[in-house]
Design a protein around this ligand. Structure first.
Ligand SMILES: [Fe+2]
Ligand SMILES: [Fe+2]
Length: 397
């Protein structure tokens, strides 16, 4: 039985929270608090497993509350529920929140998150992973261009040109956006040559995901590591993003799930870049070990670092407050059976896309997992999707 505290000043929402887990009285004990001050009193007396707090509340806001909670009970899972415009602030208070759920959400989304949080949280709190994250020279700060785009999309005066102007501020990101727009996997009918056209053709949500991954990618200049190519990695990420999204579209998954799959696919291996950037010598050792023993790169990293690139990237994205489904898909892309949600999700799509586009032959599809969530029979169709996207030529270009 887990103890969960919901903090929300909107009465109707608070009622919804109260009712949400009522159907599972054996798994959850729900407590409700109408504001930060009331919640603070509760957390001073009781230890909760999970605290879900609204961000904007009169008096003490969500971040202040969760910061205090972190001091009193560092082991409690901390979730902020808020509008996308607040994601920046939530992310800037590093360590204060574990997960961010954008509003508006439906009860199903939150329930799915709560199911996931147990496994994801335990994984991200792993000492070896924390130790490895601590050895990074510097954790990059929240990508500002991505934030500007989030704000522009939320703004009532947002325009394609406005978004294009933001993208165009950074030539490196513009180049990556154009590369993706013109790739076979995206399949646009004509060549796209500037940011405005790319925004128009790709759509706002895709641009948002793309800018995030391009910016994360650009923030790590990898040291020269033998047998590691950042360009090849970017191509792999583009392919996985496009394929993961196409798989969920084929399954008629909700639009947000498909976009999350795209973002997660575009980010799933950035942990490799982080390792190559901060610990090049040991990273080279791990690559060598993987080649010598014909084991997966993740397994070799586990041996050398005690944790792997999937965990490292998920740790960073979790700190930034990215949506749970993205953090989960990145964290478990090699071990999807560890995910808490047993249904076809962004995690499933990224896992399969990565397996299809893995050239080392050491990251096979986990068929037992697909059978467990009831989609094993869909594999041939997904393979067809990869062929339709011309990902063979895409990944070798
Ligand atoms: Fe990976
Ligand atoms: Fe990968």
């Amino acid at each position: 039985m887990k103890k969960i505290l919901f903090v929300e000043d909107n009465e109707l929402l608070l009622e919804l929270y109260g009712a949400m887990l009522a159907g599972e009285p054996d798994s959850w004990e729900t407590t409700l608090a109408p504001n930060g001050a009331a919640a603070l009193k509760l957390i001073q007396q009781t230890t909760f497993d999970v605290v879900v707090s609204d961000m904007q509340m009169p008096g003490m806001n969500g971040i202040e509350l969760l910061t205090e909670l972190c001091r009193l009970h560092p082991q409690t899972s901390r979730i902020i529920v808020s509008g996308l415009a607040d994601q920046a602030e939530a992310a800037e208070s590093l360590n204060c929140t574990h997960l961010f759920i954008p509003k508006p959400f439906n009860a199903k989304t939150l329930q799915a998150t709560l199911v996931r949080i147990g496994s994801l949280d335990a994984y991200l709190k792993n000492d070896a992973l924390r130790g490895l994250a601590g050895r990074m020279h510097s954790m990059p700060s929240f990508p500002t261009l991505y934030l500007e785009i989030l704000r522009e999309i939320e703004s009532p005066r947002s325009s394609i040109q406005g978004i294009a102007n933001i993208v165009a501020q950074d030539p490196g990101i513009t180049a990556k956006v154009l590369q993706v727009a013109n790739s076979a996997a995206v399949g646009l009918p004509q060549k796209v040559s500037d940011a405005a056209e790319a925004v128009q053709q790709l759509g706002l949500t895709t641009i948002r995901s793309l800018v995030l991954s391009a910016q994360v990618f650009g923030s790590f200049a990898p040291a020269r590591v033998q047998d590691f190519s950042a360009d090849a990695l970017w191509t792999h990420l583009m392919g996985c993003g496009a394929l993961a999204r196409a798989i969920l579209r084929r399954e008629h998954a909700p639009l947000t799930d498909a976009e999350d799959a795209f973002t997660a696919g575009m980010l799933h291996d950035v942990g490799k870049l982080m390792l190559a950037h901060s610990l090049p010598r040991e990273f080279a050792q791990a690559l060598e070990l993987a080649a010598q023993e014909e084991i997966s790169q993740a397994a070799a990293e586990q041996r050398v670092f005690g944790a792997d690139h999937a965990g490292l990237a998920a740790y960073l994205l979790g700190l930034w407050g990215l949506p749970t489904s993205i953090v989960e898909a990145v964290a478990f892309h090699h071990t999807p059976e560890q995910g808490g949600l047993k249904q076809c999700s962004a995690l499933t799509a990224v896992h399969v896309a990565n397996a299809f586009l893995d050239e080392t032959g050491t990251a096979p599809v986990n068929r037992a997992y697909l059978a467990e969530i009831g989609v094993a029979a869909r594999l041939p169709d997904w393979q067809e999707t990869a062929v339709e996207l011309q990902l063979k030529s895409f990944s070798s270009s």
